[in-house]
Every structure is written in C-alpha cells, then in structure tokens.
Design a protein around this ligand. Structure first.
Ligand SMILES: Cc1cc2nc3c(=O)[nH]c(=O)nc-3n(C[C@H](O)[C@H](O)[C@H](O)COP(=O)(O)OP(=O)(O)OC[C@H]3O[C@@H](n4cnc5c(N)ncnc54)[C@H](O)[C@@H]3O)c2cc1C
Length: 494
C-alpha cells in the first residue's frame, strides 16, 4: 500500500510537495487552516475589485527557463500573461518620470534624455544588465543542483561582482539628483538590496520570463490546487494543525484544532518554522542553532501595511509598478516615508469593473506598532483609516481627482496575515533565521530536524528565500529526498 504523506499548509511548498508526492505514487493529504490555497500567494475580491497582496514580479513565464518547467509540472503554466514594458518606474514631485524599460535601447535613450551628464554610468548600468538576460541564471543557480551549477559557472562568475554593491551604493554614482534619489529604490524601495537582485529581475524581464498572471495570485494558487486534486490529492480547508504526533522519535501524524487526528508515515510542514518547532512539536526537537533561529524576533521595520484602493478611474496607461518620490517626508504608521511603493493593475482587466482600476500602496512600519494598537480594536481600525487617508492625500497631488474616485478601501496589516496564515510577525516567517544561500543549494539541513525521523520542512523556513518558485521548488526537493530514502526513482512526469 502507498505510504501516506501528511502536509501542513497549502502554500507553494506544501502544494508542490503534494503534487510531486502524488506523481511519485504516495497518498498525500494537505491540512490547511485557511479557506483557500496559496498562503502568501494571496488575492481576494471586494465589490468587484481584486486585491493582490503578493505578486509583483512572477518569474518563470518564458518556456525556455527552468522555473517555467517547474510551473508547468505544477499546473501553474501555461496561463494568460501580460508583459509590462518596464520593470519599475519612479515619479518625482515635479513630474519627472523614470521608466526602467526592459528594452535596453529604449532604456538607454530614455536615461540619456533624463541625465546626459551621466552617460558613462548609464552605459555601465546597461552593460551590467546584459549578462543577466542571456542565460537562465536564477534557474541554474537555484533549481539545477550542483552539476548544473558547475556547468553554469562561465555564466555565473562574471556576474558575481554585482552581488556586492547595494542599490544605494550604485545609485550614489549617478550625478543627476533625480536618478541619485530614484535608483536606490528600484528594488522594492529597499536600498540595502544587492544590485544583482535588480539586474536579475531586469534581465529576466528582457527574456520574457517575468510577467503578470491574469487573474492574480488567487487564480495562480488555485491552478496548482486543481492540479493537485486532479492527481488524486486531498486538501482539507479550515483544518488547523495544533500538534505533530511523534512516536519513538518518528513523526507519525497530526492533531487538528477540533481534536481529530490523522496519521501518516511522513509529515511535511509548510507552516511557519518557529511555530512548528515551538508549538506543534512543543520545543522537543531543538539544537543550539534552531534555538537561535527561534528566539523572540527583533521588531524590524518591514512592509507591514498595504493600502488597497478600488478606483473609478482608468489605469490602463499607468505604469504597473511605481515609486512616488515625496516632496517631503511624511510619518505614516509610525514610519518616516519619503517615497511610496505602489502597484497599479491597469494591465489586467479582470481585476476591476470596466474602466476602473486597482491601486496597491505598500508601507513600511513595525509589527509592534500594530500589535499595540490591536489591544483596542477601535484604535486599530481608526489607525488603518488614518493611514488610508494619508495615502490618498499624497496620491491626490499626483493624480488629481482620485480622492473622489475611490469606491473601495481595504487595509491589511501584518496582523491580518498572522490571523489568516499563522506566521511569526505576519508573513515574515523566519525573522531570526539568516539566509544561507550556499547551504540551501548543497545541503538539506534546514529541511530536516535533529532527532526526528520522517519529518521535513518545506517553504520559506527551509529556503530562507521569499520567492514563489524557490518555495515551490522546496516541495519538489522534499519528495526527492523521500523517494531516495525509500529507494525509488523520482519522477516529475504525469
Ligand atoms: C507581500 C509579499 C509580496 C511578495 N511578492 C512576491 C513576488 O512578486 N514574486 C515572488 O516570486 N514572490 C513574492 N513573494 C514571496 C512568496 O509569496 C513567498 O515566498 C511564498 O508564497 C511562500 O511560500 P511558502 O511555501 O513558504 O508557504 P506560505 O505562503 O508561507 O504558506 C504556508 C501555508 O501554511 C498554512 N498554515 C500555517 N500554519 C498552519 C497550521 N498550523 N495548520 C494548517 N495550515 C497552516 C498557511 O495558512 C499557509 O497557507 C511575496 C510575499 C509577500 C508576503
């Protein structure tokens, strides 16, 4: 009889583990606490508008890349996609617009018009992008395994130098004041991000590998859930796992919040790692390193609030990913903002009624700020309303009349994420765990637990990386390990 694999959570890692588990002849069952699949890959509807909390840049859209093959195996590709012309845009208070066009000739011309005195730096930027657009570098580095990585070294070695400088450091090399201010923000308004991250995104966009999935995150996740159930997998929604059952240092089952128990030969957790270790396993399988990872997280500034607006305004000509530079800093949700990171979804007509559009503004703030407010529900709700009002006041300066065009407002915070998917400090999920890229490529240590057999982690705790494809790939890796242990060949074919 086929072994049963129990999976906690229907995020990217959990669903991928389920799909590859089914493909390899196991019986798999996913227990998901929410009413929907996808975890962080989330969007929802409000009065005819679709609000997407997750996808900025979906990688794996070109049939030539390894990421696309992964999505095809998982039932998420092919699908309807929209390809924006630019990776990201930045608008100054004076109305200067920098479009980071994927097309390099167009980008070159545009940058020279904006800042002719920076010709040398502009050339350097354009030349730095090129190697990222030639080969499937992320696929080779993250999905291929050691042998592929070795073969890809000639592509990878020339780009390694770009992992050192940050966006801020590169931005300072422009002499034009607008570009000096705009450039460091190009990678999700995080100037501390390595330049290579942005170059990779730009390069993949040029190759046609980055696009917008029509129907947004919910539909993307739903396509994987459909693939899973078509292969015979079972997803049980509204089923929160409260305990992982063990016997003689083997994981043997789970207990749900209603007291029901389910048993299997293998248990995979796609849930938050810290909560899996401290709550579901009651801290019984720890070592020094894990204790470090699980310590009370620092109260870091994060993208803690999103303001969604459904507006009666045509956004089809607006850039899909825009950073607004503010004329002066404004304190919003306890954070001094000098720019606003936003997405406008005019590119996907399915997300709003005819002629209308959706805007998302992402704000930095702290988890503790909202946690404190939530002690008094009325204060928490009032602050959300205030934040939305501040955002609208700013937008009105750039988009005259928009305040009166707002039909729907929705403001999720990190506490909203926590309520729906149980992460530590919202979606952060690994706040005290430092990413170890090489270890995740060559070792599987973070997928396993000391002293507990038949247990695997998938998802962000195992990968330390916030990307849909990397976390989906962790589910594939887990099933490969299980197949190897069982002495059976792994297959990704139906
Ligand atoms: C705001 C934001 C923007 C992002 N933008 C992008 C982007 O543009 N491109 C990109 O590639 N990636 C993006 N990401 C990253 C990507 O969404 C995540 O890395 C990925 O979805 C995480 O997958 P995961 O496998 O770790 O599972 P998670 O998404 O963490 O899912 C875990 C699942 O487990 C369930 N669960 C938890 N505890 C229990 C329990 N006790 N019992 C039952 N079920 C449980 C949860 O409800 C959830 O469904 C973004 C993430 C965020 C938050």
């Amino acid at each position: 009889m086929a072994k049963t694999i129990i999976i906690i959570g229907a995020g990217m890692g959990g669903m991928a583990a389920g799909i590859y588990g089914q493909l390899n002849g196991y019986r798999t069952r996913i227990f998901e606490m929410h009413t929907l699949p996808g975890g962080q890959c989330a969007s929802w509807q409000r009065r005819g508008y679709t609000f997407d909390a997750c996808i900025h840049h979906l990688m794996g859209c070109s049939p030539t890349t390894r990421i696309n093959t992964l999505w095809q195996e998982l039932g998420a590709m092919p699908r309807e996609l929209v390809y924006p012309d630019e990776c990201v845009s930045v608008l100054s208070p004076e109305g200067k617009l920098f479009n980071d066009y994927y097309d390099l000739e167009r980008l070159h011309r545009h940058l020279l018009e904006l800042a002719p005195a920076d010709a040398a730096m502009i050339n350097e930027y354009i030349n730095a992008i090129k190697p990222f657009a030639k080969n499937d570098i992320w696929g080779e580095m993250m999905l291929g395994g050691p042998a592929v990585l070795l073969r890809a070294l000639p592509h990878i070695l020339p780009i390694l130098k770009w992992f050192k400088p940050t966006m801020a450091q590169v931005g300072r090399r422009f002499s034009d004041p607008f570009l000096q201010r705009a450039f460091p923000l190009l990678a999700y308004s995080m100037p501390q991000i390595p330049f290579a991250f942005h170059l990779g995104r730009h390069g993949y966009g040029m190759m046609g590998d980055i696009a917008w999935p029509v129907g947004a995150a919910e539909e993307f996740a739903a396509s994987m859930a459909r693939r899973y159930t078509e292969l015979g997998g079972e997803i049980h929604y509204r089923c929160k796992v409260v305990k992982i059952l063990t016997r003689a240092n083997r994981a043997v089952g789970v207990r749900l919040a209603d007291g029901t128990e389910a048993y299997g030969e293998v248990i995979i957790s796609n849930a938050d790692g810290r909560k899996t270790l401290l709550e579901l396993l009651e801290g019984r399988f720890m070592n020094k390193q894990l204790e470090g990872y699980c310590r009370e997280p620092e109260d870091e500034t994060n993208c803690a609030v999103q303001v969604f607006l459904g507006v009666s305004r045509d956004l089809s000509r607006e850039p899909s990913s825009l950073i607004l530079l503010l004329p002066e800093a404004v304190t919003i949700a306890g954070y001094q903002a000098s720019s606003l990171e936003m997405q406008m979804y005019g590119l996907d007509r399915s997300m709003a009624p005819e002629g209308k559009g959706v805007i998302k503004v992402e704000l930095f703030s702290r988890y503790s700020y909202w946690k404190e407010l939530a002690k008094d529900r009325a204060r928490y709700e009032a602050e959300k309303e205030k934040v939305a009002g501040q955002v609208l006041d700013i937008l009105e300066r750039y988009y005259t009349g928009i305040k009166n065009q707002v039909e729907v407002v929705d403001v999720p915070t990190l506490l909203t994420w926590e309520r729906f998917m149980g992460g530590t400090h919202g979606f952060v999920n690994m706040p005290s765990k430092k990413p170890d890229f090489l270890a995740s490529l060559f070792k599987h240590g973070d997928m396993l637990l000391p002293g507990l057999d038949n247990f695997y982690f998938v998802g962000i705790w195992a990968t330390s990386a916030g990307a849909l494809f990397i976390n989906a790939h962790s589910g594939k890796k887990a099933i490969k390990l299980i197949c190897k242990k069982d002495g059976r060949p792994f297959t990704s074919a139906s």
